[in-house]
Design a protein. Structure first.
Ligand SMILES: Nc1nc2c(ncn2[C@@H]2O[C@H](COP(=O)(O)O)[C@@H](O)[C@H]2O)c(=O)[nH]1
Ligand SMILES: [Mn+2]
Ligand SMILES: [Mn+2]
Length: 470
């Protein structure tokens, strides 16, 4: 795949073959994926989607994914036959990050660290399919799919202010629980308030460095502050919805005369029976994921209060696996677009009407986990942000899980983490090796490139104090 360096941190793949638009990769030379991981070919494949506009984008944390690369962003024109592709959202629909801040300094945390981490470990169900913080009836689950975190607050979980600090006020309005299969409902029923496994985590962190004092203040962050970051998504429910709709779209493509370079890019016009069915179910999964992070955050807040006497305030909650119908200007015209972000985070600029009043001047907080042994970051959206106001979502993998397990000694890793003062709870030896910091890119370099490319700005850097791994 030939890449042309257009400007620092921006590479272009010229349209060729079935590509309808160019590919644009935001990266430094060092962060570019190896040619043999297939993700640059995926950028080119996505550029062939019917109705795609401007470019097929990839963020600096990009790596290979199902159909779309992780770190991929693509928008299609809804009124010009543009398609939606479940592979452009991923199996963990609305996987995302929630950051909460404590009125506690890291100097006060050391002597209670073990106690807090033990409490968080007990309060956080994790692993494949086991346990949930909130046991719901089938009727309750349907309410939650329609109303997301708003339903949780209504039922006594957390406070109204939490909703203002959530993307979409805690729920998307276009969810259609009736589009969710019985199998997906069954899988989701006993998992509301659970982490899942692998890359999902609940981490206690400290603010280590502030890059922009004004923005950090607006987000409620100060140097040395203890925070809790939660990364998880829509569990078995989202996975089943993706599986159901990839199959359905795959079956309908020939009849609709649609073809794509890779079967994993199965898609349907947004404005079609299959497209609408997927988007309605996907939105229900998005509401599930937000409520999932919400109740985990409330449970974590109770533990922190019990041990330290201080509570947790929500900084922000944002997804990084979602398709959204948004209005953007393309070639001088306002268009209604279906924006896929898969392992990419929306980053609204200052002044955007969708931001709550207290964040409107600052821009949207963007939450970037790094790894359990390195830093994580808080960024902010900027005016003129490219890729439909999107940026990276993490460090991004350099090694597959399989490669990591083959090369990393889990016992040694656990010792090294504990030696650096990071309390580790949960996770099997295999799980720990899969998620080793060395299996990921350098998150500091990723966010510096994202900022250098004009996608966002850096606000604060956080370091881990303890982690509960899925
Ligand atoms: N702070 C931590 N970050 C972590 C950990 N495990 C993974 N990660 C980062 O999350 C992103 C997002 O993952 P994805 O599954 O949504 O693609 C990933 O790229 C890593 O940078 C952790 O334990 N702590
Ligand atoms: Mn996930
Ligand atoms: Mn994720």
């Amino acid at each position: 795949m030939e890449l042309v360096e257009e400007t620092p941190f921006r590479f272009r793949i010229e349209p060729h073959g079935a590509m309808r638009v160019p590919g644009v990769v935001f990266a430094s030379r060092r962060l570019l994926p190896p040619k043999d991981d297939g993700s640059l070919t995926q950028v080119a494949n996505v550029a062939a989607l019917p109705g795609i506009v401007r470019a097929s984008y990839a963020m600096p944390d990009m790596h290979w994914g199902y159909g779309f690369p992780i770190g991929g962003v693509a928008a299609t024109d809804v009124r010009a036959g543009g398609v939606v592709s479940p592979g452009g959202v991923g199996f963990d629909i609305s996987c995302g990050v929630r950051l909460l801040a404590a009125d506690l300094d890291r100097s006060e945390f050391g002597h209670v660290a073990e106690k807090v981490l033990n409490g968080l470990s007990r309060a956080t169900p994790r692993g494949a399919g086991r346990g949930a913080v909130w046991q719901l009836s089938r009727d309750g689950l349907e309410h939650l799919l329609a109303e997301g975190s708003r339903y949780a607050v209504e039922r006594g979980w957390g406070v109204q202010r939490d909703l203002e600090r959530c993307e979409d006020g805690g729920a998307v309005d276009d969810a259609e629980p009736g589009r969710v299969s019985a199998r997906a409902l069954d899988r989701g029923l006993g998992q509301v308030g659970s982490l899942g496994s692998g890359n999902h985590f609940l981490e206690v962190q400290a603010v280590d460095e502030i890059y922009d004092e004004g923005l950090a203040g607006a987000f409620g962050l100060r140097p040395g502050q203890v925070c809790v970051m939660i990364h998880c998504g829509s569990r078995g429910l989202g996975h089943q919805i993706c599986t159901d709709h990839v199959r359905r779209m795959d079956e309908s493509m020939a009849d609709r005369g649609l073809s794509v370079p890779d079967r994993q890019l199965a898609c349907a016009p947004v404005d079609s029976a299959e497209g609408r069915a997927y988007l309605g179910a996907m939105a229900a999964a998005a509401n599930y994921a937000r409520a999932n992070r919400h109740v985990l955050g409330v449970a974590a807040g109770e533990v922190v209060r019990e041990v330290t006497g201080r509570g947790l305030d929500l900084v922000y909650d944002i997804s990084h696996n979602l398709a959204k119908i948004e209005s953007h200007e393309v070639e001088g015209h306002r268009r209604t677009l279906c924006v896929h972000r898969k392992g990419a985070t929306r980053a609204l600029p200052p002044g955007h009407p969708e931001l709550p009043p207290d964040l409107r001047e600052a821009g949207q907080p963007v939450l970037i986990p790094g790894s359990m042994g390195t830093a994580s970051h808080v960024l902010a959206g900027v005016a003129g942000g490219d890729a439909f106001h999107s940026t990276c979502h993490g460090a991004g993998r350099t090694q597959s899980r399989h490669q990591a397990v083959r090369t990393i000694d889990a016992r040694r890793l656990r010792r090294e983490l504990e030696h650096s003062g990071i309390v580790v709870r949960g996770s099997s030896a295999r799980g720990l090796a899969e998620e080793a910091p060395t299996a990921y890119k350098d998150v500091d370099a990723v966010v510096a490139v994202a900022e250098g490319a004009g996608l966002c700005r850096r606000v604060a850097r956080l370091v881990p104090l303890g982690v509960v791994k899925g």
